[in-house]
Design a protein around this ligand. Structure first.
Ligand SMILES: Cc1cc2nc3c(=O)[nH]c(=O)nc-3n(C[C@H](O)[C@H](O)[C@H](O)COP(=O)(O)OP(=O)(O)OC[C@H]3O[C@@H](n4cnc5c(N)ncnc54)[C@H](O)[C@@H]3O)c2cc1C
Length: 381
């Protein structure tokens, strides 16, 4: 492993894309993965998950998703695709190897794993968000006697049959989990604290992502302005459902706040027919439920926090200066960083689809890495 050009941390979509893109440019890369298979996070997502982005815009560099897949492939096909992708590009990650710390060592990066220490001139951090579920705390949350989990622990509705369930947060996971519960006739309530943006998954017969990509070069304000009436028409008046439309348009919300709008796949219909009840934010927890911010108390047997993820890479890079924000997010991803030969892939939300963005970033990183290795070689020679 010591004579590789690059060490890639993580064998999810981002790590695999970087490995394939680097190999296409003649770079030798090793992928270190703590799990025992590629796409480990997709293997443990909830059962009903399908891609929210269409397969045409979700394939990784050099290998599209098969045409035999449906427009929005189920989770199992995403895993199958990642396995086939790794096999096609002969990517053989070193599994069961956790990267603990990355530090600069002369002109190379030293990578300490739980097995050994390795080094290379290039390191790509493609560790995703999954290890950083965000669990806000409310007064009294420790006293809650029911079942309290983060959405990343939710698998399916069966443990919740006959229970009163509160889903906190109305992003894509919250919306889909609430839908899953309501489909199983489970008493489901959604706590929605702030204003939201909701988009149809398809518009006029085309995936919404196609529209976003077509408008990519237009200014953000203009895009949100021209789309607003179309979205209103497609989604209908959400204010009547107890929801508030965000003052920022969908694209501005992603760009400025990193928040992805909800792509509706049926949750709104369930809210309209009363199968999912909408409440406001939570003021505090009680032993048997919550008190909402309007002071209404309600009992729940289970609470699912669909409150997102907040990656924090400070433990991985404790001594590397000027590459992370104060709270541990990469300052940039898919670009050169202040660490020579150090790159991050896939760690920010994108208005044109995360998997698509991962592919674009991977290609860019491979190009930058190739140039970096060549420059280092010529400066030594
Ligand atoms: C529920 C859900 C649905 C999504 N749906 C879509 C969608 O429809 N379309 C879309 O474009 N995007 C979607 N995304 C966003 C994004 O595309 C995926 O999260 C994608 O899997 C990100 O790929 P990744 O490689 O960056 O991270 P991950 O898939 O999380 O992979 C990271 C890998 O790194 C490994 N790892 C982490 N830390 C270490 C370490 N220290 N040492 C070694 N290995 C490590 C992990 O085990 C993991 O295998 C979704 C996200 C979620 C949570």
């Amino acid at each position: 492993m010591s004579n590789v050009d690059a060490i890639i941390v993580g064998a999810g979509p981002a790590g695999l894309s970087c490995a394939a893109s680097m190999s296409a440019l003649g770079l030798r890369a090793t992928v270190l993965e703590k799990a025992n298979a590629v796409g480990s996070v997709w293997r443990r997502h909830y059962d009903r998950l399908h891609l929210h982005t269409d397969r045409g815009h979700s394939g990784l560099p050099g290998m599209a998703m098969p045409r035999s897949y449906p427009t929005y492939p189920p989770r199992a096909q995403v895993v199958e695709y990642l396995e086939n992708y790794a096999a096609h590009f002969r990517i053989q990650p070193v599994f069961n190897t956790t990267v603990l710390k990355i530090a600069r060592n002369g002109s190379r990066w030293r990578v300490d794993t739980d097995k050994e220490t390795v080094s290379a001139p290039i390191v790509v951090i493609a560790t995703g968000w999954a290890d950083f579920p965000y669990r806000p705390s409310w007064p009294g949350s420790k006293t809650f006697q029911g079942n309290l989990i983060h959405s990343s622990e939710f698998r399916n509705s069966s443990p919740y049959v006959g229970k009163r369930v509160l889903v906190v947060g109305f992003g894509n996971s919250g919306g889909e989990i609430a839908l899953d519960l309501a489909n199983a006739d489970i008493d489901t309530t959604l706590a929605v604290r702030g204003a939201v943006q909701i988009l149809p998954r398809d518009l006029l017969g085309f995936p919404i992502l196609s529209w976003a990509i077509a408008q990519k070069s237009l200014p953000t304000g203009l895009v949100d302005f021209i789309n607003a009436p179309v979205i209103r028409l497609a989604i209908g008046p959400i204010e009547r459902l107890g929801l508030k439309r965000h003052a920022k348009g969908p694209r501005r919300m992603i760009e400025e706040d990193g928040r992805v709008p909800l792509l509706d796949i049926g949750t709104l219909a369930k809210i309209r027919d009363g199968s999912i009840k909408v409440r406001g934010g939570i003021d505090r927890f009680t032993p048997d439920g919550v008190v909402f911010s309007n002071k209404d108390a309600q009992g729940f047997d289970a609470i699912i926090l669909a409150t997102g993820f907040r990656p924090d890479l400070r433990n991985l890079l404790p001594d590397v200066k000027d590459v992370l924000t104060q709270d541990g997010k990469p300052l940039v991803t898919g670009q050169a960083t202040n660490g020579p030969g150090l790159y991050f892939c896939g760690l920010v939300a994108s208005p044109t689809g995360q998997l698509r963005e991962i592919g674009l970033e991977a290609r860019r990183i491979a190009g930058l890495a190739r140039r970096y290795v060549d420059q280092e070689a010529s400066s030594v020679g």
